[in-house]
Design a protein around this ligand. Sequence first.
Ligand SMILES: Nc1nc2c(ncn2[C@@H]2O[C@H](COP(=O)(O)OP(=O)(O)OP(=O)(O)O)[C@@H](O)[C@H]2O)c(=O)[nH]1
Ligand SMILES: [Mg+2]
Length: 320
Amino acid sequence: LRDHLLKKFYAGDVLAASRLMTTVERGGPEAEAVLGALFPKVGRSYRVGITGSSGSGKSTLIDALTGRYRGEGLTVGVVAEDPTSPFTGGAILGDRIRMTKAAGDTGVFIRSVASRGSESGFSALADELADVLDAFGRDLILLETIGVGQLEHNIRFSAQTTVVVFTPEGGDDVQNLKSGLMEIGNVFVVNKSDRPTADRFATDLSATLDLRYNGAAWIPPVIPTIAHREGGVDVLKEAIADHRRHLEANGHLEQKRLEGLRNRVRRLTNEKLGGFFWGNSYIQKRFDGIFKEVASGDLSPYEAARKLAESLTIGGERDQ
Ligand SMILES: Nc1nc2c(ncn2[C@@H]2O[C@H](COP(=O)(O)OP(=O)(O)OP(=O)(O)O)[C@@H](O)[C@H]2O)c(=O)[nH]1
Ligand SMILES: [Mg+2]
């Protein structure tokens, strides 16, 4: 069944792509088998992360950018992390309605994924769904994720170019911007530039970035946009292309790819370690012994956890 699906997938069947994504979403051994099979085909698309606060206009920008890329004959995949609870489905519907240009075009594939309050920020699952779209042969993959500061750093590992979207609304002051977001942006957008305070905000942001990246090979540009009227979207597209050329010219793309892979192997190993550890009979016995000391008050849970974790470094003793 899997081989049959993969064959259709490689022939460009959108339904097959959708079904493989559902398999990946379910997780477990079948998801691993699918992702493992696709792995040799992953790495050809260019991934752009679009991050920013809720309602800043990320989906509207993605919609406008998608239209531009399609106009050039490029295929586009979108993975949108939906920050709302998976139970309401509200934002998923919202995304579908707003992304009107994409409707009915097989050159655009949009997938929403619940972020499930993921502790790691941009989720591993979203990254894996992007891999499916990558193997499917999409030229560009746009990743929408809500910017929650430090946690968003993971988007760096998934996207080659990260676009951070700010708005001049709510009396936001450049000094108070989330420093996590300031660090990860390769391109900055001041959306809703139809608002009166936008000019000043953009000027302040530019000045801050110029100072911060003084002398660096890439100084992130600040681009004012009015997304719902497609204002500034061509400039944004050009800035993304510029950053891509910058990465290509400096060999950074390969470096980024390896950094992402390294990060992924570490994460997967961490996930496997838990099962591997607790499934070991020596550890189970050792746990019972150590837990008795915790129960009697002779050992704190912290010391117990350290002792248990250190069992790993005892090496061969486990197998005796
Ligand atoms: N005035 C104004 N409104 C805009 C602009 N861009 C987007 N909007 C509106 O802002 C609202 C939110 O836009 P979205 O694109 O859904 O924002 P988002 O960042 O994707 O929101 P979440 O996915 O919920 O985080 C929509 O009603 C848009 O029409 C803009 O440049 N100016
Ligand atoms: Mg959105």
